[in-house]
Write a protein that binds this ligand. Structure first.
Ligand code: COI
Length: 351
């Protein structure tokens, strides 16, 4: 494989057709995409091309066995119009970990970083400055080999597409704690960002939507007593002044925003407990007034306050706190991402 990326520029830009004040998440894409094929046992010439539909054989294995993994990451523009990425190597590590679990080939880090930066440089005008504006970046890998045998494909495509984004959730989120459904069981693919993990949540989430809740919090597959993660984000609970979140494991995604929040909280002098947390503990804490906050964290969701949870038909409202931990963490995180503060962790990377 050669690392030099072949670039074909779009002849015209679609940017003038886009209403950047009213973006729906993930519906508009920039002018270019990164694409690299895997065949004959190796990754081929990486390319940046105009954003365009793919042509795939109907027997491509991704359609039949769901051999697909993806990532979510963001680019941010600072007040001097400089563009920054946030912990991009962590996304590459995680997509390769997901790929390994789905018997897919790993993608080389240097080509990923070079391709990502070249793509964002080319579509730099799509990254709008200001808190809340970002470029959502979606790297993904699909099995393209035409063959319906139930075994790993011999051919794949690695792509990166980009979408200008504002907030994922408009307003607070209300969640339903799953009594019966789980993201994954031990030994499954819960830790991977496998496409099927997200398809599997659509049905339980649609049931929750019918009852007025935007999201599900999964419980563990064995007992359904322990809280795991939400459909689109990891979850944190503030019990009195301690921040509690479930440990990552075979079933829970090792969220990059999650681990950034844990670090920021610890460095802000806040006690953090990474430990299993039971639904019954949450209900007791809510009844006694010890439960001060719940919030979700994720690349798309950033830090999203949760205003109520429901379990077995009972709804527990969470009082609003003007000095919430979630607002403090969100501000600190955004300050680092938008180059408004020092970055003691080396998380920010210019393109
Ligand atoms: C992200 O936060 O980037 C994700 O991939 C979650 C997705 C379901 C929007």
């Amino acid at each position: 494989m050669t690392n030099t990326i072949e670039i074909t520029k779009a002849q015209t830009s679609k940017i003038h057709e886009v209403d950047f004040e009213n973006l729906s998440f993930g519906k508009v894409f920039t002018d270019h995409m990164f694409i690299c094929d895997f065949k004959n046992g190796e990754w081929q010439q990486p390319e940046i091309t105009p954003y365009a539909p793919l042509t795939l054989d109907p027997s491509a294995r991704v359609f039949h066995y769901g051999q697909a993994v993806f990532e979510g990451m963001k680019a941010f523009k600072d007040d001097a119009n400089k563009v920054w990425l946030f912990r991009p190597e962590d996304n590459l590590l995680r997509i390769n970990k997901s790929a390994e679990r789905l018997a897919m080939p790993e993608f080389p880090k240097d080509v990923f970083m070079e391709g990502l930066k070249a793509l964002i440089n080319l579509d730099e005008a799509w990254v709008k400055p200001g808190f809340g504006n970002s470029l959502y970046i979606r790297p993904f890998v699909i099995a393209t080999e035409p063959a319906i045998a139930a075994s790993p494909a011999l051919e794949y495509k690695f792509l990166i597409i980009c979408s200008p984004a504002q907030s994922y959730y408009s307003g607070d989120v209300r969640v339903l704690i799953a009594e019966q459904f789980s993201r994954s069981a031990n030994g499954g693919v819960g830790f991977a960002k496998a496409a099927g993990n997200y398809a599997a949540q659509f049905y339980p989430t649609s049931l929750a939507n019918q009852e007025g809740f935007q999201q599900i919090i999964w419980t563990d597959a064995d007992t359904h007593e322990f809280l795991e993660e939400a459909g689109t984000m990891n979850v944190f609970f503030r019990i009195n002044d301690t921040l509690v979140t479930a440990p990552t494991n075979e079933r829970i995604l090792d969220g990059i925003t999650r681990k950034s929040i844990i670090q920021i909280a610890q460095d802000s002098g806040i006690a953090v407990e990474v430990r299993p947390i039971k639904v019954s503990e949450l209900i007791e804490a809510s009844k006694s007034g010890a439960l001060k906050e719940i919030f979700g964290s994720g690349t798309a969701a950033v830090v999203s306050p949760i205003s109520a949870f429901s379990y077995k038909g009972d709804v527990f409202e969470i009082p609003k706190d003007v000095k919430s931990f979630s607002s403090i963490f969100k501000e600190k995180l955004l300050n680092i991402q938008y180059n408004k503060s020092e970055d003691p962790y080396g998380w920010r990377q210019s393109i």
